[in-house]
Ligand binder design. Structure first.
Ligand SMILES: *[C@@H]1O[C@H](CO)[C@@H](O)[C@H](O)[C@H]1NC(C)=O
Length: 326
């Protein structure tokens, strides 16, 4: 998909750099999208010295029946590691709606939380490697059906401890999920495949739609989520803050991600990762004027905080981010 656009872009950047007579070291940019093909709902993580992206394979609806993952050493080149989980191997789900996965870890095992069967539930699969392949653990959903009106999609595992990725699994681990305008959270059990708390509805009162993401920085909990309609230009990301992973969340909610008609529309369903104190946001968007339902591409841009800890509005770009080795 559009390799010509990408090489055109690389050439433009090169000429631009040379024309300014920069030193010989080119600071290479990733370009956006960072991976070729239709991929949505990207969850970016840093595991074992590499970057990972776990997206929805945004092919035609009837073929959204498996998960793939991508890995990169430098944010510039991304390798597709192949199918990491396939609904053909999971009898309890219908063969549809493999959406929005999330990967956490504990004690050397990686856990993939995944939407299954368009309402059947959220499952969990495990692997000794962040690159998979993952195997269904329970033989049934971890979260079955609808709770508090929340569609059983868009799981996000939040590891609330200290550690290189903002959590090494040894602290409290939480699973967030929910579409249809409702968000739910529960504390995961020590085995990562059960719950040790009740389900708690935590829907923020300001326009929550789907795609929850919990971020902790300097003791502040940022509950981020997608708003608007995913099929059109109203899609975006807002956040509220709290002193705990379960809220209560304080507003006013601030919208930090939106489309830009010159760059791409429908920007939303994001994740956040960081290298030291530098923060990055992964999200999907559409190409300007391409309104095909599943034509969504995965992008990464920088995310900045103000001195008093507010998340600044993200500037979405075609240039992407600077290459960076871990
Ligand atoms: C969807 O899957 C079917 C069956 O494997 C295949 O024939 C078809 O080409 C796929 N369509 C797309 C757009 O990938």
């Amino acid at each position: 998909m559009l390799p010509s656009q990408r090489s055109q872009h690389a050439l433009t950047m090169l000429l631009f750099t040379l024309s300014l007579n920069f030193p010989l070291t080119l600071s290479q940019m990733s370009g956006n999208p960072v991976i070729d093909g239709w991929y949505a709902d990207p969850e970016a993580r840093v595991y074992e010295g590499a970057y990972y992206i776990y997206p929805t394979v945004s092919t035609v609806f009837e073929n959204q029946t498996y998960y793939e993952a991508f890995t990169s050493p430098d944010l510039l080149t991304w390798e597709n590691v192949g199918r990491i989980l396939d609904f053909a191997d999971i009898p309890w789900t219908t063969n549809r709606a493999a959406w929005a996965p999330s990967v956490g870890h504990k004690d050397g095992t990686y856990y993939l939380y995944f939407s299954a069967g368009d309402g059947v539930g959220i499952g969990v699969a495990s692997s000794p490697s962040p690159a998979g392949p993952f195997k269904d653990v329970l033989g049934e959903p971890l979260v079955a059906g609808t709770h508090f009106g929340a569609q059983a999609i868009d799981a996000m595992v939040f590891m609330d401890g200290e550690g290189p990725e903002g959590g090494d699994g040894s602290g409290k681990n939480w699973l967030y999920w929910g579409g249809w305008g409702h968000a739910v959270v529960a504390e995961l059990g020590d085995d990562m495949v059960s719950f040790k708390s009740e389900f708690l509805e935590i829907t923020p009162d300001e326009e929550y739609v789907e795609g929850p993401w919990m971020l902790k920085r300097r003791g502040v909990y940022y509950f981020m989520y997608s708003v608007g309609g995913w099929t059109d230009g109203t899609y975006g990301v807002k956040y509220m803050i709290a002193d705990s992973p379960t809220g209560p969340f304080r507003g006013p909610a601030k919208k930090i991600l939106s489309g830009d008609p010159a760059v791409g529309t429908g920007a939303g369903h994001h994740s956040v990762f960081h290298v030291g104190d530098d923060y990055y946001i992964a999200y999907h968007r559409r190409f300007p004027d391409d309104n095909e339902r599943d034509h969504r591409v995965t992008c990464i841009d920088r995310m900045y905080f103000t001195a008093d800890g507010e998340i600044e509005i993200v500037r979405i770009t075609v240039e992407g981010v600077e290459g960076r080795q871990l």
